[in-house]
Write a protein that binds this ligand. Structure first.
Ligand code: SAM
Length: 199
């Protein structure tokens, strides 16, 4: 999906995603000392804003300017300051070794586009910092609940890890995300990759 398609989705008044942070963001950042965070493909900003509320200096990047406008509004309404940038991750070069935490949540990209984006995101992690990616796992298509139905924008931990450069991988696996539905709780399958720059 291109920026225009995402903007069309974000054009509705309500939030497309929730205002609450993703559960894996909450659990995986528990115990990290707040510092600077870069949220790539931040959408309407729910994760960056929650991190800012925890004391992080947050920067959110997305190519959908309508999403970024909603993120700006949401952060103002929650009384936190974040830096918001409109940029296409296909070209965006974050500053090297700059951020204590770099996150990528539910970015849907074709395999050939994913590698360079992950690689640049990994380069942006500062010494001692953390990389965290969560996305719809390829297995979700046939075995899990919801998520995109286009298999070409789904991936697995094995597709991400080779692009992490010199980061040390701490977790690279499929994880279950229970989702409340009208017919009861259903399980979505996500990919979770967490890595650290040890130098
Ligand atoms: C499913 S949404 C997830 C938003 C947010 N990370 C969250 O979890 O709430 C995917 C986001 O990726 C953004 N995106 C997709 N391709 C992009 C690209 N090439 N450059 C920047 N943003 C992109 C879309 O605009 C959209 O906001």
């Amino acid at each position: 999906m291109n920026a225009q398609t995402w903007n069309e989705r974000y054009a509705e008044k309500e939030l497309v995603w929730t205002s609450q942070p993703n559960r894996f963001l909450v659990s995986e950042t528990d115990g990290l000392m707040p510092g600077s965070v870069l949220d790539l493909a931040c959408g309407e900003g729910r994760n960056a804003i929650w991190l800012a509320e925890q004391g992080w200096r947050a920067t959110g990047v997305d190519f959908a300017d309508v999403g970024i406008a909603k993120a700006r509004e949401l952060s103002a309404s929650r009384g936190v300051e974040c830096k918001w940038l409109v940029a296409d991750l296909a070209a965006y070069e974050p500053p090297a070794h700059e951020f204590d935490l770099v996150i990528l949540f539910y970015l849907q990209l074709q395999q050939r586009e994913l590698g360079p984006v992950v690689s640049r995101a990994a380069s942006a992690v500062a010494a001692g910092g953390t990389f965290l990616l969560v996305a719809h796992d390829s297995r979700n298509l046939n075995e899990g609940h919801g998520g995109p139905k286009d298999p070409t924008v789904l991936y697995t931990a094995e597709d991400v890890v080779p692009h992490l450069g010199d980061l040390k991988v701490e977790r690279a696996e499929s994880v279950i995300r229970p989702v409340e539905t009208d017919t009861g709780v259903r399980n979505a399958i996500d990919v979770l990759v967490r890595a650290k720059r040890t130098w």
